[in-house]
Design a protein around this ligand. Sequence first.
Ligand code: UDP
Length: 240
Amino acid sequence: TKPSYKWRRVLLKVSGEALAGDQTQNIDPKITMSIAREVAAVTKLGVEVAIVVGGGNIFRGASWAGCSGLDRSSADYIGMLATVMNAIFLQATMESIGIPTRVQTAFRMAEVAEPYIRRRAIRHLEKGRVVIFAAGTGNPFFTTDTAAALRCAEINAEVMLKATNVDGVFDDDPRHNPSARLLNTLSYHDVTSKDLSVMDKTAVTLCQENNIPVVVFNLTKPGNISKAITGERVGTLIER
Ligand code: UDP
């Protein structure tokens, strides 16, 4: 029988903001649980799922560096540590419903999580484990979107699924302009040339150079994660 999914291995990018939902707390446990449930459903179909988590719900380096007198690198290290907190929260949630999950960090914190080892990450995926990549790229001045594009290329994932709080990419900001239209498809060039605030340019360029399609979709709508993971049309598709 024909498998009901399109992708075999996906990289799911979950931003910190998406994890916070509309809570005043940094993390909404309802969101992490819904991610865990939907990921569980697709791993049972045999889709391999790796996740990169952001940290913007806790700490964003660039904004702190500007206002606090912190140098940018120190601020960014704090930001990367924030992603580790989200990763451990998500891992614990996944394991609470029986999904074997490993966290790998871009810099060593061996008491807390495995260090990032590419071949080992791939091995975990092949065994049906979910792998959460934390601490971004391990370098200041980058974003977790860039980390997602990088890990996606490294582990040969077929697509980067970027989970956000909005339905996809619009031709204008839907929060300010109610008649803004959702765009179904876009090219990498559209994203960079029209300055659409989907991802930073480094991340877009990395996707473009490695021919990684990106699906931008709304995480807060039930069923959307599984749809995006199983290759159903959802949100905005960015490709060549
Ligand atoms: N960060 C970094 N290098 C990376 C990835 C992240 O320095 O490779 C830091 C940066 O300070 C960033 C913070 O970690 O502001 C949180 O990541 P990001 O803003 O990408 O999270 P998201 O927007 O997805 O919540």
